[in-house]
Design a protein around this ligand. Sequence first.
Ligand code: ADP
Ligand code: MG
Ligand code: MG
Length: 245
Amino acid sequence: DMALKIENLKAEVEGKEILKGIDLTINSGEIHALMGPNGAGKSTLGEVLIGHPNYKITGGKILINGRDLTNATPEERARAGLFLAFQNPISISGVKISTFLRMAYNNLYPDEKMPLKEFFNMVKTVMKDVDMDESFISRSINDGFSGGERKRFEVLQMVILKPKIVILDEIDSGLDVDALKLVSAEIKKMHDQKVGFLIITHYQRILKDIIPEFVHVLKDGRIVMNGDNKVSDRIEDEGYDWIKE
Ligand code: ADP
Ligand code: MG
Ligand code: MG
């Protein structure tokens, strides 16, 4: 079992304080939704959790099973079980998807030495599940992906890299209804295997398929409400105005 614990987390970007003290715990097998109006700081929290270098943590802690990863590198966080969707296209553009996935997998599981053929069979199976064309695997990273392709690639990484805690930011944006169903099915499979999720979303769309046990509302860098899916249902009907800061 695993717990991602966020304690009084504060962060700034470009010298501006965005996160003003976030407390949140995500355990194995739990689905949490983080909702909130545009500009609330949802993506900032996602970026800070995965260790994006543009965001500066100015207070608080990020712990995984009690281990302090507040200042850890993205690689260290991934090895601790956190899912990091591939975020920095520029540094490795030109690398093929296949090479990238194999490298990422080997970095996480250096002792496993899965034969190449077996590895790519696994990749192809997941690609079928999320309805990606097989040719995608030999394309280069960042090679003009559409919004939908980028999201599917994120899900492909999520399934292949077998993380313990997954953070997904707006995974439902740019996906049509059918693609969203496939993505939701992959999330459910992993949830059945006791993976914990933080699903960051402005809209309630994905939360029709994936019912969160916990819903948190972020406003102006603070969590202003903790509840369950009754909260997300009400947000769908009434927006965010009824929730006070
Ligand atoms: P959300 O995902 O909830 O819409 P964000 O985390 O993207 O919110 O943004 C929160 C605030 O931080 C916004 O005011 C946004 O303009 C600001 N912000 C986010 N990233 C940057 C950045 N790289 N540079 C400057 N301001 C940023
Ligand atoms: Mg935004
Ligand atoms: Mg955002």
